[in-house]
Design a protein around this ligand. Structure first.
Ligand code: EPU
Length: 343
């Protein structure tokens, strides 16, 4: 049964905790709820916005819209043998909780992506990634409902146009396709499974802790590393990394390094002529670490993280982001684009 709420306060629906109101709000718990919603007057007469955990979204104003909160929850093992497990997960499931459950089962997949808040649907939408792994590495397919034809479609990984924090769902399918479930292919962990411990921080942690390297100790290492860099979201509100790491040609980096010798860069496996620079480092070098302006600021332990110190508006955060973008542009001739989605 659909329960429309009017004039709803959205502050608790994003991890940035900014004030915003919407004319109409509804939660859907199943695909059939969504098909029912498509027949309603409220859907047909209002612009809509889909919302998952709200961990990567910034409200910049009040809305005259229908906000649809996706609560489609279930997990189902589709196939299992000695080596692999294929699991289908509802788009509204908490992705981090799902990662933790799979590690408990000794199912290896994207254990390096532990402790990143997001829903399962948003993980596919934004192809989230960390410590050398991306959601796309283990997604078999994404299913959803086309809002125009009302048909359920399953899109295979190769048709999802996955790229660094990008997908077809963020582009062509942005407003007319609701992701309802995602299928993942996991490995049954054995000591032969090759864990991705390439990142320096991870190697250092493992060397210091002198623990046996397995899926549980590596995920614990990553969880603790992330905790040491990120604010406690219960007391300081944030959407995590605010900008994407900019992709620039190796030639440009060589030129930049004549002035900034210690610039960090990361190789892009599919693109040998380009590298990713660290947006956090550029922002720090531009002088913004520890920066605070009114209710907003840059987190003191990681400059890629913008924070709401309390009662910030979305506009204040957008203005701070703009100030950072201008300074980085001026200093490095590099343009930063937000990973966080402004609405
Ligand atoms: N750095 C600085 N100053 C800072 C922050 C970072 O100099 O204030 C330098 C670090 O010293 C390091 C480099 O920047 O050499 C990279 O920093 P880090 O390892 O923290 O990763 P990141 O590039 O800032 C990306 C992802 C994170 C992911 C980490 C680890 C993006 C937008 N962010 O951050 O993604 O956890 O790599 O792989 O690509 C997230 O938190 O949203 C996230 C999941």
């Amino acid at each position: 049964m659909l329960n429309f709420q009017e004039n709803t306060d959205l502050i608790r629906y994003t991890t940035f905790w900014v004030q915003a109101k919407t004319k109409l709000f509804v939660e859907i718990n199943s695909e059939s709820d969504f098909l029912d919603l498509l027949e309603t007057w409220e859907w047909k007469n209002n612009q809509h916005l889909f919302l998952g955990t709200g961990a990567n979204i910034l409200f910049t104003k009040d809305f005259d819209w229908l906000v649809v909160k996706i609560n489609i929850l279930w997990k189902n093992i589709v196939e299992k043998n000695d080596n692999n497990v294929v699991v289908e997960v509802g788009a509204g499931e908490d992705r981090n909780n799902f990662v933790e459950r799979t590690i408990d089962q000794w199912w290896a997949w994207i254990e390096n992506m532990i402790s990143i808040p997001s829903s399962v649907g948003a993980a596919a939408f934004g192809n989230i990634g960390a410590y050398g792994m991306e959601a796309k590495d283990r997604i078999v397919s994404v299913s959803g409902i086309n809002t125009t034809t009302k048909e359920t479609t399953t899109i295979s990984n190769s048709d999802c146009s996955f790229w660094y924090r990008e997908s077809v769902f963020k582009q062509q399918f942005k407003d007319n396709f609701l992701i309802t479930r995602v299928r993942f292919n996991l490995d049954v962990y054995t000591p032969d499974y090759i864990l991705n411990t390439n990142y320096k921080d991870v190697q250092q942690y493992i060397a210091d802790s002198r623990k046996e390297i397995n899926i549980k100790t590596v995920s614990q290492a990553i969880s603790e590393i992330r905790e040491s860099k990120l604010p406690d979201r219960k007391t300081l509100w944030t959407a995590g990394s605010f900008f994407k790491n900019p992709i620039v040609s190796k030639e440009r980096v060589a030129l930049l390094r004549t002035n900034f010798v210690h610039l960090v860069s990361f190789d892009i496996p599919d693109d040998p002529a380009y590298v990713k620079l660290s947006a956090g480092q550029l922002i720090e070098l531009a002088g913004f670490k520890w920066y605070k302006k009114g209710n907003v600021g840059v987190y003191d332990k990681h400059a890629l993280i913008l924070v709401n110190h309390g009662w910030a508006t979305g506009k204040e955060i957008v203005d701070l982001a703009g100030e950072i973008q201008d300074s980085v542009q001026e200093m490095f001739w590099v343009s930063l684009s937000p990973e966080v989605i402004y609405v």
